[in-house]
Design a protein around this ligand. Structure first.
Ligand code: ADP
Ligand code: ADP
Ligand code: ZN
Length: 218
């Protein structure tokens, strides 16, 4: 694949995590999901987790300072040396500028920024039908990616599943507003750098994955 340092952007429920995981499995580059990191901090009850929980439950964005510090630390770990897929970060212009500086200081260049575009009207259904395996983290959907065998994870055989506290229709509206107000302005930032590639995410998961591979020259 041409390039191993990627950003996957898109609205809540757009399919970023689904596609980023597939790239991780296929190309052996780690997926760095700020949402997953925050949820792990909430579960562990750390100071960061306590601060983030209220903000996440309200569908708002956690402060740039906390997020940038979290990513700076994570990206310096050994498993990121071979490449990484940023999923859900950056989400504000300030985060993008901080990332530019961080990568510059490490002598690293981004290869591509992918926008998975999905119309708002589709997202409530995507988000409210989402669930994941508690054991292996595999993502599913009530309608679009069902379990092959009821109650059992296809991947690991686990039988416990999780639904996110913020995956409610009311919260999605706030998350979509945050996306349009604070994250959408990043597209011109990356377009100017010649990195932005927009793909139509309003198609079957496998079709989107194939398109992504084509765009990445994989
Ligand atoms: P994001 O990480 O952008 O919030 P997810 O990858 O978690 O989004 O996808 C949201 C939900 O929609 C999940 O339940 C997932 O299984 C499902 N999904 C992902 N991509 C598609 C697609 N192309 N078509 C239909 N459903 C999808
Ligand atoms: P989704 O892909 O469905 O939008 P995420 O798992 O990426 O959800 O994020 C869940 C929540 O975590 C966000 O609504 C926000 O509160 C917080 N969050 C995740 N990433 C960031 C970020 N880069 N900046 C600020 N807040 C974030
Ligand atoms: Zn599983």
């Amino acid at each position: 694949m041409a390039g191993k340092r990627l950003i996957v952007m898109g609205p809540p429920g757009g399919g970023k995590g689904t596609q980023a995981k597939r790239l991780q499995d296929r190309y052996g580059i780690v997926q760095l999901s700020t949402g997953d990191m925050l949820r792990a901090a909430v579960k562990a009850g750390t100071a960061l987790g306590k601060q983030a929980k209220t903000v996440m439950d309200a569908g708002k964005l956690v402060s740039d300072e906390l997020i940038v510090a979290m990513i700076a630390e994570r990206i310096s770990e050994a498993d990121c040396a071979n490449g990484f897929i940023l999923d859900g970060f950056p989400r504000t212009v300030l985060q993008a500028e901080s990332l530019d500086k961080l990568l510059k200081s490490k002598g690293i260049k981004l290869d591509s920024v992918i926008e998975v575009a999905v119309p708002d009207a589709r997202l409530i259904e995507r988000v409210t039908g989402r669930f994941t395996c508690a054991k292996c983290g595999e993502g599913y959907h009530d309608k679009f990616k069902q379990l092959r065998k009821a109650g059992v994870c296809d991947t690991c055989g686990g039988t416990e599943f999780i639904r996110r506290a913020d995956d409610k229709a009311e919260t999605v509206v706030a998350r979509l507003k945050a996306y349009h107000d604070q994250t959408a302005p990043l597209m011109p930032h990356y377009e100017r750098q010649g990195l932005l590639k927009v793909i139509d995410g309003d198609r079957d998961i496998n079709v989107v994955a194939a398109e992504l591979e084509r765009v990445l020259g994989a």
